[in-house]
Design a protein around this ligand. Sequence first.
Ligand SMILES: Nc1ncnc2c1ncn2[C@@H]1O[C@H](COP(=O)(O)OP(=O)(O)OP(=O)(O)O)[C@@H](O)[C@H]1O
Length: 307
Amino acid sequence: MTSEAAVRITGLVKRYGRTTAVDGLDLTVRRETVTAVLGPNGAGKTTTLETCEGYRRPDAGTVRVLGLDPMARGGGLRARIGVMPQHGGGYPGARAMELLRHAARLHAHPLPVPELAERLGLGSCGRTPYRRLSGGQRQRLALAMAVVGRPELVFLDEPTAGLDPQARRAVWGLVRQLRADGVTVVLTTHFMDEAEELADRVAIIDDGRLIAEGTPAGLCRGGGDSLRFAGRPGLDLAALRSALPLGSGVDEPTPGLYRVTGEVTPHLLATVTAWCAQHGVLPDRITTRRHTLEDVFLELTGKELRP
Ligand SMILES: Nc1ncnc2c1ncn2[C@@H]1O[C@H](COP(=O)(O)OP(=O)(O)OP(=O)(O)O)[C@@H](O)[C@H]1O
């Protein structure tokens, strides 16, 4: 049934002894989307993913993945999901390509192994034993093993951590391809630009709870956007304000320097420059600053380092 959410988590609690890693988390992931789960170190992201993958049993709450309980045996879920763990384990003596071919053989209709290996730049290290692979090569191999079985849903735990910029772009390309092929992707990342680039939905968790969820643009909208320009001091702020779109404001924090607040859009910029033209003002040093996902993340989760 395709209208069913890919992942539905309700009131999830997971404890390790006295540590509550996940503390009443609610999260729904829609099918055929890319969802980025963000959160400070220790927020409970990996624990949440591992619970969805069937590696951890919830202490309370329910988790349904493709409509199934990940802890139930025999439901066929394992064959339908792909998992890239944060620290992928491989047999130390097995060669990279042997591991990938082995993973492919476990599935009924695997992707063609040579193309996938080529795409992730694994060709040249195919004969290298796992223990001698670099960190980045291990990451890319783990990603290839997660997707080789054509899963409906993949969980990628920090897929680009430790990758060079070229490999990062290759991973982004693969994630986009998965999405275009109708695969649901749930990934964690500490790179806010990565979430903005790839994700349809972003879920921010802190202390084991969901604290924000939405599209990257929706989460960033408004907030700390600003447009600044210099002009002759003492412009008629009330007149300029009345020309601006609803929800925008303007002030003159220092004489001759103007700050327009509100959502920065092409229309806002055009309005300000048109107003200046009508009033014989040459706006100098126009700069725009948009609220980024990193701004939102820091506002919501604070700036303190986590223990
Ligand atoms: N196997 C475990 N045994 C005991 N405590 C654990 C275990 N795994 C995780 N924890 C604790 O649970 C909390 C959540 O950890 P988790 O790995 O889920 O966070 P995370 O959001 O993935 O963090 P990071 O961004 O650092 O990877 C942390 O306080 C961590 O120390």
